[in-house]
Design a protein around this ligand. Structure first.
Ligand code: NAP
Length: 409
């Protein structure tokens, strides 16, 4: 199969690895819709029948069953082709939409978000290739809501949700740090289509649940404007009100810079506030899943929220082993405690921060409120000064080596 243009109709095709399969027949016996068949040589999946229900995955003793390829619907592998294989074919190359084709409103938003690093930067040298702009407003991907869980305590003033979108058979490849776009249905008060809302992917590249082609988002229900006056955020309320089974239009993915390094021994320093934690959650989860496989670098997290009850993923974060991730919370409105911001915690951990800033294998990520950027950069300058390092000389070096990534809104 040849490289495909982004406008072509992609699908995920379920395949069985003939090299690993032990021909035990459990998959064929389990499939509720008889999509799996075999001959004397191979077990194969009929693309026209399989609905990716995944009932066959867990009974398979070898994992041979759990293989998926992005294909053009029109040229999916036939049964005859699969029956002739000795091994799986290599994945086909998706032709990414170029950054230049990304809609201007999204490019403008990216430029504002990355202004602190002087605009979109290049990704770490070992980052995987990201696909951008595969689905447009004219041709969006359709996702189905597979989960919508409140992350913050019931009484907490912030309603932050973990929303899982299932792409079914549609190919929607994302890397940690990328964003996707949602278009709320209906028209705005001027009778125009709503503009695209960008959300960071909060799950790792293999999905919230590996093998299920799904993606998680972290979304806070907006109930006030920037001045604190009551206001209903159109995009966030639409998303937070979605029920399991609802379908929605998704565009993107976007982002080719705020990506994590993949080389062994690479470390991450992550600084975030509120829902700016979404990409950090994706990166941390990626590292957690691959912990046994990789020569692990360090993970250092500075995470700010008003209080424990308003910090998304507080419970799961607290369960992570201390030797896996060094977590520094900053609570600004916790009862009976002094107000703390992420920049205060950075100052408290000066020695560690400077050690990681000096480490060529450490990559720094900053995501969340625009307002925190200045405070964090001031804190970097101060801790560097304290330890005989000049931040104003170090920053351009970090940028040149794609070691500093900022996305603030
Ligand atoms: P938030 O609840 O408003 O704030 C989280 C914490 O940041 C609070 O403790 C707050 O303290 C503190 N903070 C406020 N100003 C600060 C400053 N100048 N320096 C350091 N800390 C400061 O956060 P949020 O509403 O979730 O907002 C997160 C931001 O991330 C939004 O701008 C959002 O657009 C962006 N974002 C979201 C996503 C996503 O996928 N949803 C992805 C990327 C980025 P106070 O008590 O003083 O308020």
């Amino acid at each position: 199969m040849a490289a495909a243009a982004p406008s072509a109709e992609f699908s995920r095709q379920h395949l069985i690895d003939p090299e690993v399969c032990i021909r035990c027949n459990t998959c064929e016996a389990t499939c509720p819709i008889h999509a799996i068949t075999h001959d004397s040589r191979n077990y194969v999946v009929d693309f026209a029948i399989c609905n990716a229900c995944n009932a066959c995955l867990s009974p398979c003793p070898t994992g041979a069953i759990d293989h998926w390829r992005q294909v053009l619907k029109s040229t999916a592998y036939t049964l005859d082709e699969q029956l002739s294989w000795d091994s799986l074919p290599p994945p086909i190359e998706l032709e990414p939409g170029s950054q230049a084709e990304v809609p201007s409103e999204i490019r403008e938003l990216t430029e504002i978000a990355t202004a602190g690093q002087g605009g979109p930067a290049s990704p770490p040298w070992s980052a995987d290739h990201s696909y951008v702009n595969l689905y447009s407003l004219a041709k969006p991907a359709i996702a189905t809501v597979a989960g919508n869980y409140r992350l913050t305590a019931e009484g907490a003033s912030a309603d932050i949700r973990h929303i899982v979108l299932d792409f079914g058979n549609t190919v929607f490849p994302v890397l940690e740090g990328q964003t996707l776009g949602i278009v709320p249905p209906g028209l705005d008060r001027n009778g125009r289509l709503h503009f695209v809302r960008l959300y960071s992917v909060a799950s790792p590249r293999d999905g919230e649940r590996p093998g299920y082609n799904n993606v998680a988002l972290t979304i806070k229900r907006v109930t006030a404007d920037h001045e604190g006056k009551p206001a209903i955020g159109v995009g966030s309320n639409y998303m937070c009100d979605l029920a399991i089974g609802d379908q929605l239009k998704v565009v993107g993915p976007y982002g080719a810079s705020f990506l994590m390094p993949n080389h062994p021994g690479s470390s991450l320093m992550m600084i975030c506030t509120g829902t700016g934690s979404a990409p950090m959650r994706a990166m941390t989860e990626r590292r957690r899943r691959r912990r046994a496989l990789e020569e692990a670098g360090e993970l250092l997290l500075f995470f700010g929220a008003r209080a424990e009850e308003e910090l998304p993923y507080f419970g799961p974060l607290m369960k992570l082993p201390k030797e896996f991730i060094d977590i520094n919370f900053a609570f600004s409105r916790a009862p009976n405690q002094p107000r703390k911001y992420v920049q205060d915690r950075i100052r408290e951990r000066a020695e560690k921060v400077v050690q990681m800033l000096r480490d060529e294998n450490c990559y720094v990520y900053l995501c969340g409120l625009k307002g925190m950027e200045e405070g964090v950069i001031d804190a970097f300058r101060a801790v560097c000064h304290e330890h005989g390092q000049n931040w104003d000389e170090l920053k351009p070096e970090l940028l040149a080596k794609s070691r500093l990534h900022i996305e603030t809104y």
